[in-house]
Design a binder for this molecule. Structure first.
Ligand SMILES: Nc1nc2c(ncn2[C@@H]2O[C@H](COP(=O)(O)OP(=O)(O)OP(=O)(O)O)[C@@H](O)[C@H]2O)c(=O)[nH]1
Ligand SMILES: [Mg+2]
Length: 452
């Protein structure tokens, strides 16, 4: 996500950081680089200009020029400004209405409304502990209502039964009484794709808005359309009371222009990011964390959050206890590997870590891939419980047995055991409060080489 932008920023910063002092010429050059990076990321010209105008006087302040690490201070100023541009802080979803709380998703054709409706339902169910009902108001595209129903069926989310030929406004009324009957606390209305120039369709959403009085009206916009997405938001806002943006396909967006321009151009906050096609590929939009990722500083907070979300409470406790006792076992290692797999494999984890782009290219050249995780999993599963708890007892003949059982060879077992040893040493260090060191310096090279 946003790799191109991140790479460009990294280039500009690395030359700024190298300079022992900065004169006005170097600052100008740096700012030109930043402006260029934004424009290449498809951020609108207005936004890029304003951004530089805001940053420049701060950077040229006397303190910076004279400070001992001027480059670092420039990075900090750019970071603060970027957070501001992205919307300062996350605006939580508004549930402040009489249940069933109505919410509506609108947007251009194919922007991801239907998929996002299901993702949002799952999110609200999981994180806000609400019972959701989904309703399709798309009576225009053939099979559109069935698409939502089947997403509901697959994911155990209630949908309003379809009545062929019913008009959107009538479906709305039926939905509200059905939700009341079923005890649904939130109704998500998925709407038909429409463009701002189609006046009839635009007047339809106005009508729907009047009937359901949504607590949230989300514009679902495709991140890949760059600054156009922000313009679309501005125009939809003329018809309905948009309360938030959900930016889809952020997973495939290397440029980041839509995310960066959105708030400034449309004055509507981004509340969520769509980061894939699966039901749980929805992420709460945190401006500070996104700024961290864009500026190549990594997003440790999201990573840790993601990890603890996926880990069961029980496992987490057990691993923590083992860590405290300095008894990190292969069993814990296995659960970590599985964890990693769930989080999108090594690459998924990497995308959150500092110095992302560097490590990523390191990884691409080194041939580390998902296969290794699966292989290690097989090896550990071929061990007895005793061996997992106390790998020291694994001698030559045991290694042979494990290799046979896992369809690998002795070298693979040796490598895994070595990795495990390093990992448990690192864990010991981390449990003694050295996490910050890791976050600053990235993965220690010894461990990285071991992973190869
Ligand atoms: N990679 C990726 N694909 C997505 C994301 N969100 C939606 N999609 C895909 O985009 C395609 C269109 O999604 P829909 O949800 O049907 O879009 P829609 O806005 O409802 O389309 P219409 O109802 O025809 O206007 C589907 O193949 C989705 O899987 C996302 O965040 N990332
Ligand atoms: Mg749809």
């Amino acid at each position: 996500m946003f790799e191109n932008l991140a790479n460009k920023f990294e280039e500009v910063f690395s030359s700024l950081k190298k300079a022992p002092s900065l004169d006005e010429k170097q600052v100008d050059e740096g700012l030109r680089g930043i402006r260029q990076a934004l424009l290449e990321g498809d951020v609108s010209l207005d936004v890029a200009k304003q951004f530089i105008e805001n940053v420049k006087p701060k950077v040229l302040g006397q303190e910076i020029i004279r400070s001992t690490s001027p480059g670092q201070m420039v990075v900090k100023i750019v970071y603060d400004e970027l957070v501001k541009l992205l919307g300062e802080k996350n605006e939580d979803i508004n549930l402040n209405a009489v249940p069933p709380v109505p919410m509506m998703l609108v947007g251009l054709q194919g922007s991801g409304k239907t998929t996002t409706t299901a993702k949002l339902a799952k999110f609200l169910e999981k994180n806000k502990k609400k019972k959701i009902m989904m309703v399709s108001l798309d009576v225009y595209r053939p099979a559109a209502q069935e698409q939502l129903k089947s997403l509901g069926d697959q994911n155990n989310i209630l949908t309003l039964p379809i009545i062929e030929g019913q008009l959107p406004v009538d479906i709305c009324r039926r939905a509200i009484s059905a939700a009341n009957l079923n005890g649904a606390e939130i109704i998500l209305f998925d709407t038909a794709g429409r463009t701002q120039i189609d006046l009839q369709m635009m007047s339809e959403i106005k009508q729907i808005e009047n009937i359901i009085k949504p607590a949230e009206t989300f514009l679902v916009a495709d991140s890949l359309t760059g600054q156009v997405a922000a313009e679309v938001a501005k125009e939809f806002k003329n018809t309905v009371n948009l309360s938030g943006i959900i930016l889809t396909r952020a997973d495939g967006d290397a440029r980041g222009g839509a995310a960066v321009s959105m708030k400034y151009v449309s004055n509507v906050p981004i509340k969520f990011l769509g980061i894939g096609e699966k039901i749980d590929n929805l992420e709460v939009f945190h401006p500070d964390r996104i700024a961290n990722r864009i500026l190549g500083m990594g997003d440790i907070v999201s990573l840790v959050e993601k990890a603890s979300q996926d880990l069961s409470e029980e496992n987490l406790k057990k691993t923590e206890e083992n860590l405290k006792k300095g008894q990190f076992s292969l069993e814990d290692y296995l659960s970590q590997l599985r964890q990693m797999k769930k989080m999108g494999g090594i690459e998924g984890v990497m995308s959150f870590l500092p110095g992302v782009s560097k490590i990523k290219s390191q990884m691409e050249n080194s041939g580390i891939d998902e296969k290794i995780i699966t292989e290690n999993e097989a090896v550990i599963l071929s061990m007895t419980k005793k061996e997992r708890e106390n790998p020291k007892i694994i001698d030559g003949s045991r290694k042979k047995r494990i290799a046979n059982g896992s369809g690998t060879n002795i070298a693979t077992i040796n490598k895994l055991l070595k990795q495990f040893k390093m990992m448990s040493e690192m864990m010991k260090k981390m449990s003694k409060g050295n996490m910050k060191g890791m976050a600053d310096k990235g993965i220690p090279p010894e461990l990285f080489n071991q992973l190869k």
